[in-house]
Design a protein around this ligand. Sequence first.
Ligand SMILES: [Zn+2]
Ligand SMILES: [Zn+2]
Length: 393
Amino acid sequence: MSTFLGLVKEIPGISVDRFDGENLMSSAFFLTHCHVDHMHGLSDMFFMDLDVYNKHLYCSSITKALLQNKFKCKNSSIKEIDINIPVVVEYKLQNEEKILITVTCISAGHCPGSVMFLFERNNVSVLYTGDFRINPMDYPNLKGLHYYENSKLLPKTFTKIYLDTTFLSNDFSSFPTRKESIVKMSSVVRAWLSEDPMNVVILECSATYGSEFLFVELSKLLNMRIHVKNYVYDSYCRIDQLLDHVTNNPYSTPIHACKKKISQSGLFCRHDVSDINILTIIPSAMKWRGRDTSVVGEWDDVKKRTFNVCYSTHSSFNELSAFLQYFNALEIYPCVVKPENEIEIYSLLNEITNKPHQRESVKKEYKLELPNHKVLNDHSFKSKYFSSDEDSL
Ligand SMILES: [Zn+2]
Ligand SMILES: [Zn+2]
């Protein structure tokens, strides 16, 4: 759960992933993805104010589609930014000072439409990761975070990284890749469905949104759609990449991610299924705290017909360490901090970044390269997205 309060100290006048309180004084707004802990303050009224004061919210085009499904907002209030293409965003501070910043969206591999933002202004460059799951195999795809020198792709150095520290803990050192988790789930599902034609599967996902990659990939492997709640289906219909993998017809598929509350048992969308025909699969990272994640999945000790799978949409400790050792930053700000974990998080960040080979490179002066940019306006944004999200699976 994000504990970031929205204002980016190094870039005046913007708010990211937080839209209430003093953020309302900001002149430009940025949303990394549509999860509620990043959307505080968004409302019909917020979007009405954007229109009245001629301010804008910037995000990926999938995020825009999801926002338009949820809020009454003018098309012109939300501006899409393409992946890996730097754009110049212009806005005025309250004192009428005009500010120009270069903004690049980088695929965050967390959920459909999720992005990181790279903000560049004068000699300051700030990377805000939002929620992200990136492993070293993905680095070459993160074009916006590299520069070319003698035709070699080199990682940029940042003034500051605002980091998703959800799993910055020795208790979550590594996770299976999502592909490994999903392949494991698919083999368990296949075996269960082959036992009895009346058998069904419930995917017990902890939040309403966030498991979309799982739905798509599992649906592809099994060649079956996933039943989701009606209002979730309405949102997913706006995203081409999801449309073929979900359904709002409970009788058309044995795979269900439609549960209203985790505490409920049974399948409420159908009346022809008895409890002994239900297999529950619980994808979770939290449940695997401090445990051997090379196992990927195992049957629950207590609950009958329940299979737990280690599945994470956030980077593991090892993935975070690798990221911070590859992309240097002078400073790191943890965006997910519970009071009881604060000391641990800061000491781990120091441990990771104070390694001798880091000290050298952190001293390098950052030079802003102004890319081939275009000025943001109403007409210049048509996005092709998701391809790199899929690559990161
Ligand atoms: Zn999220
Ligand atoms: Zn269902």
